[in-house]
Design a protein around this ligand. Structure first.
Ligand code: FES
Length: 146
């Protein structure tokens, strides 16, 4: 059911925990399953210098959180905003169709954290749009928040 990469990321996740003095924090929940993901960002200039997570969810959600925090470290905010759940799914070697929504949580949590950072700096939050399941990852599920 899960790829070896998902199992490895789930059994040995990186970047678990809180950043006490985070510059941006994003928390999202899945309407599909009730699970919750929280992502903490440290930002210097326009770059993400640290990213950590706390996730109450399934193996796919934890693997997605871990992979996402590893991938967005060092990214400029503009690039992290465009970071898609399809990027996470690819990096994990795929997810079962019923679990693609778990990777969407990671994308949404990153965007929520960036918007929190923007709000703290007196900037308008960016429009997050609908929380689409897939972004081209091909699970065939319906968008969750439309
Ligand atoms: Fe809830 Fe995966 S089933 S996040």
């Amino acid at each position: 059911m899960y790829t070896e990469k998902v199992i490895a990321e789930f059994t040995n996740p990186e970047n678990v925990g809180e950043i006490a003095d985070a510059d941006g924090v994003g928390e999202v929940g899945s309407p599909a399953c009730g699970d919750i993901m929280k992502i903490y960002l440290k930002i210097e200039g326009d770059k993400i210098t640290d990213a950590r997570f706390q996730t109450f969810g399934c193996a796919a959600a934890i693997a997605s959180s871990s992979m996402t925090t590893r991938m967005i470290r060092g990214m400029p905010l503009s690039e992290a905003w465009e970071f898609s759940n399809a990027d996470v799914v690819d990096a994990l070697g795929g997810l079962p169709p019923a679990k693609v929504h778990c990777s969407v949580l990671a994308r949404d949590a990153v965007r929520a954290a960036i918007n929190d950072y923007r709000t703290r700096r007196g900037l308008e939050p960016r429009e997050t749009g609908s929380s689409r399941c897939c972004d081209g990852a091909g699970c065939g599920s319906k968008p969750e928040n439309d």
